[in-house]
Design a protein around this ligand. Structure first.
Ligand code: CP
Length: 348
């Protein structure tokens, strides 16, 4: 093994010593995982392994992105994603600036495109954007010369969460291929479920999406019914948690997104808890030592019991910690040294 650019020893994961640093990563933006190849996903996970090594040091800083500026532009609330991107940028030596829409010129009527052009003029190399409108990061990618990372757009996608969840599963179980993952709860409104679907199936996992019929997208139900129960290869739907959790290697509970929910989707919260809460009895039906995951923030006592959320099988805090390593990996791969992709942007 060689001492590398990052000052970390690389891990022999994808074909040799410092292979993770030598191979080109020809991608400017991370908007969703639907267009990632399995190889690209593995490249991110392998690079995150290197970042974990940096994070284990007494001084968790390297100067790799010195002189670069990363702007976090958050139009929706966030704790985990915003803080971990800020830490990721700082750990790599970049300047990190965080902007909440509530404290910016957006409150004076500035449009998203004008805000992006302003950030570009101020020298942003990467913009990490969270927005309530699905597609907002795609608009940003049309106008910015730098990189755009989607930190969650509406119900559509949360690619960095999908990557950190895949990373956590691989770290804990040693593989993602062949792993049986139940994603449970408010599938309809979940950008986390959508991005996890891509990440996990591209790496060969079997995914079961489980929730009440009103919280499963109706066209997914129709499509699965027309394709022998499969939504897409490796993905099935279920409304019966007690049955589908049997034999699961991983159970990922999702937050009930009450703020996105129209009236009438659930008969009552008590009924939801009775049928779909991830509690100790249900975890016991999964494989012994199955992983309990949740992207956060949690409604403890609703989609997950406190006992399970903080129990021995829970890796929820590890998911949060892994978020820093995975986001460091993405920043390094997108705006790190030797990245030289042609740029074409629209003029304002
Ligand atoms: N999982 C997630 O996106 O959490 P935050 O909303 O706190 O960023």
């Amino acid at each position: 093994m060689a001492e590398t650019l990052l000052g970390a020893r690389t891990l022999e994961t994808s074909g040799g010593e410092d292979a993770a640093e030598r191979m080109p990563f020809r991608r400017r933006h991370v908007l969703d995982l639907d267009d990632f190849t399995p190889h690209e996903i593995l490249r991110v996970l392998d690079t995150a392994d290197i970042m974990k090594e940096i994070l284990r040091r007494p001084i968790k800083r390297v100067p790799t992105l010195r002189g670069k500026t990363v702007v976090n532009l958050f139009y929706e609330a966030s704790t985990r994603t915003r803080v971990s991107f800020e830490l990721a940028a700082k750990n790599l030596g970049a300047d990190a600036v965080s902007i909440a829409a509530s404290g910016s010129s957006v409150t004076k009527g500035e449009s998203l495109v004008d805000t992006l052009c302003t950030l570009q003029a101020l020298g942003a190399d990467a913009v990490v954007i969270r927005h309530s409108y699905s597609g907002a990061p795609y608009l940003a990618a049309r106008y910015l010369k730098g990189s755009v990372i989607n930190a969650g757009d509406g119900w559509h996608a949360h690619p960095t969460q999908g990557l950190l969840d895949a990373y956590t599963i691989r770290s804990k179980l040693g593989r993602v291929a062949g792993v049986r993952v139940v994603i449970l709860g408010d599938i309809l409104h979940s950008r986390v479920a959508r991005s996890n679907l891509w990440a996990l199936t591209k790496l060969g996992a079997e995914v079961i999406l489980c929730g009440p019929p009103t919280l499963l997208p109706s066209w997914w139900v129709k499509r699965a019914a027309e394709h022998d129960g499969e939504l897409m290869p490796g993905v099935t739907l279920s409304t019966d948690l007690d049955r589908c959790i049997e034999g699961a290697d991983v159970v990922m509970a999702l937050r009930l997104q009450l703020e996105r929910m129209q009236a009438g989707l659930l008969p009552s919260m008590r009924e939801y808890v009775r049928l779909y809460q991830l509690n100790g009895e249900r975890v016991a039906r999964a494989k012994p030592n199955a992983l309990v995951m949740h992207p956060g923030p949690m409604n403890e006592g609703i989609e997950i019991s406190s006992e399970v959320a903080h129990g021995l099988q829970s890796v929820i805090e590890e998911q949060v910690a892994n978020g820093v390593a995975v986001r460091m990996a993405l920043l390094y791969l997108l705006i790190g040294p030797n990245i030289n992709l042609p740029v074409e942007v629209e003029k304002r």
